[in-house]
Each structure stands twice: as structure tokens, then as C-alpha cells.
Design a binder for this molecule. Sequence first.
Ligand code: TYD
Ligand code: MG
Length: 453
Amino acid sequence: MGAKVVAVFACQSCGATSPKWLGRCPECGEWNSFAEEMRGPASRPAAGPSARALSIAEIEAEERPRLTTGLEGFDRVLGGGLVPGSVVLVGGEPGIGKSTLLLQAASGVAARQRDVLYAGAEESAPQVRLRGGRLGIRDERLFVLAETDVARIIAEAEARLPAVLVVDSVQAVREPSLASAPGTVSQVRAAASELTRFAKSRAIPVLLVGHVTKDGSLAGPKSLEHLVDAVVSVDGDRGSARRLLRATKNRFGPVDEIALYEMGNGGLRELPDASATLLAERRPGLPGSAVTAAREGTRSVLVEIQALAGVASAGSPRRVGIGVDSGRLALLLAVLEGAGLPLSAREVFVSCTGGIEVTEPAADLAIVAALASSARGRALPDGAVFFGEIGLLGEVRRVPAASTRLKEASALGFRTVFLPGGNAEEAAAFPDLAARPVHRVADLLSEIARAAR
Ligand code: TYD
Ligand code: MG
């Protein structure tokens, strides 16, 4: 036999390979990302029954029920629970709460009288048990396996055929036939594709934990995103107990659905009312604060946008957007300039509070309102919500899902809504909200100046 092991260079950022070292990855443009890895020969697909294409009409629609994890928010982010045979990557910074989330989800499945296999390669079985104790988890049907070898994890899963397989983490397991170290892109990909094959062949959902850092230094899981069916990210500030779950990719459900959790002594607990929580720390009456109704999956969430138009500075002033798109921020500043509010010499900071990111253009109107409010030192009208996309010419354009946004604003007791003229009709269904349709940014500026008096 004499399987030949060859050295290749693989980009640790995107997984591209090259027979020689390259300073810059031709695929993703990353510098110094190539590392040498040893690879065995590509394995041939196992010989199975020969394939035969079916007419789409003769394929039976296979609508297998989804599996609920018992964590309502997590299920919702997944699109209504786990799809049989799907592979879900749960990514996030180390220490953010991925293991806690998946242990709680595993327990939720086990509590419904189904076996779960929790294969941990990062912690010993007693450590997992200890964490479980802290979470009040003692399910008899939750099986823990401390193992790094993917083949052995799959062998155990084949023997037990659990309802769900959790692998924590994909960086800590390894495919022993590969010579490279655990955590390298080729190891992470090999392990993930073995586990994917298992998931598909047995119709068992597999949850993979992947550590991802903001600076991209742990980039292995990034290279899995196209391989898995769904990617759920766990985000949050170190200093805060709040955790945001969001699907950034989902073959079987909507993306951008969110769930808000709080990390406490008993693990993660869902905060049922995301909007109310995100607005709870807001102090109305301060200049520079505007509320927008953002679309998150099938729902809308009210979030506060804060702006600070600082002192004029010599040289080129800073423009910083946190949780908002910086390209859009630059565009909005240019539009404001055109509408008679010059900010070009001033430092500008815009942030979206609560660690949420609002990148959709519908937040434009709130960003502009917050900027104008800060620049003029006058608070925006109390109980007002702003949404609308702004075009290059200062026109306020219609946005999708206006009814969903209006419903959320109305439910949270807001009284006034500044919205695109093109969405005014949808506001008629909400008599408790006074609609202020705006057609141009200049109109908004004069309206809020008048309202603030
Ligand atoms: P963990 O799930 O281990 O993070 P990850 O798997 O993403 O690396 O979470 C670790 C943090 O969560 C740690 O700082 C302790 C904290 N924690 C709680 O606050 N309450 C709990 O009940 C548990 C289990 C953990
Ligand atoms: Mg962990």
C-alpha cells in the first residue's frame, strides 16, 4: 500500500492550498496565512449502492419533524428546532458560553426521553459532569464521551445512534490519518466532513462547537461555513452577561433570527422580550439617541442608536461606527452635509447599543436623526421611532417589513413613528402610532427641529 503523505501549504484563513509557501493567499487575500500541513492521499468515497437520478416528481417529500432542544430561543434561531441530519456550527469567542448552551440543549433533548451523545475533546468527562451539576443537569440519557479521535466519536455514535450528537469543539478533535495538528484548517475540515457524512447517513443532527475570535486568529471554523447547513453565532460583551444568538447562515430557516440570553449562575436563560431589554438602559431626553425598529429574521427588534458629533478637529476627523456599517455612515454624513447640516469637520461616533449590529439600510433614518440631535444638542421627541432607507440624493426610501416594525413599536408603547412616505399606508393599521411620513432628509431635519421646541 504505502499511502503517500505529502506536504502542502494551506491558508489558515480560508483553507486554500498551494504546493509552495505563499506570502499572500490568492483566494482570500490574507497575508502570512500559509502554514505547512501534511496530508495523506485523498480517500475515495466508500463504495455504496450505485447512484440513480430520480425525477423530481418521483422523489418523496421527506418532511421529518424537527427536534426541539427545549431552549425556545435557540430553536427559533435554528428555524424551529434541529433538522434531522443537519450539521450546525455554533461559533463564538472562547468563554462566551458555547459549551454551556450546548450542554443545556443536550439536556433538553435528553429530558424528552431521547439519547444524546456529548463528545467533548476539550474537557474531561468529570469536568463536563461538574458543569452539568452547576446547571442542574443529571439526565440519564445524556452520554458524555471525552475523546479527541473523530473516528472513535463516530464509532460511539454509530453504536448508540443518539437523537443528537454534540462535538465540543471541532478544533480539539482530530482525524488521525492526517498528519497535521488539531486546530489546523485541514484537520478542522477533515473532522467536520467526517461528522457531516455521519449526520447525513444516519439522519442525526450534529452540533459542532467552533471557537472564533474577532481578529480571525482562530479561523478554522470560518472555512467550514460552506460545508455546514447552519451557522449560529453566540455574541456578547465580556463585561456583560447578555448573550445574543443569531443564525448567520441557515439552509432550513431564516437568517438573522435572534434570541437574547443572559448568562447567570444556572447557565443561560432567555430574556423573553429582546426589545424591552435592549431599550431598558435607555434614558430618554438625551441628545444623540434615536430608536429604530430593526428587522431580525421574522421579527422586529427595537434598538437604540447613539450618535456623538464631537468637536471640530484639525486634520481629518474620525468617523467611527460601532455595530453600524461604516460605509453607510460615510454616505449619511455626506447626505447630511447636502441637507444643510455640515459635520465634515467634526469627529463623529455612532454606535448601536446592546452589542447588536444593525447593518440594514432601514436604520439610516435613525442614524441621521441621532446625528442631527447630537449636533444640535437637542433631544428627539419622546416616544419616537425612526426607520427608513436614505438614498444618495437625500430621498427617504421605502423599506421592507414595515408592518412588523410598526407592530413592535406599538407593542412597546411608542407613540410616534418617522417613516418613509412610501410606507405611510402600512402605518394606517396602527392607530395608536402617529405616523410622520418623511420624503427627504431635509424634511426630517425641519420636522424634528419643530417637534423639539
Ligand atoms: P463556556 O460555555 O465554557 O464557554 P465556551 O464553551 O464558549 O468557551 O462558558 C464559560 C463562561 O460561562 C465562564 O466564564 C463561566 C460562565 N458560566 C456562568 O456564568 N454560569 C454557568 O452556569 C456556567 C456553566 C458558566
Ligand atoms: Mg467550551
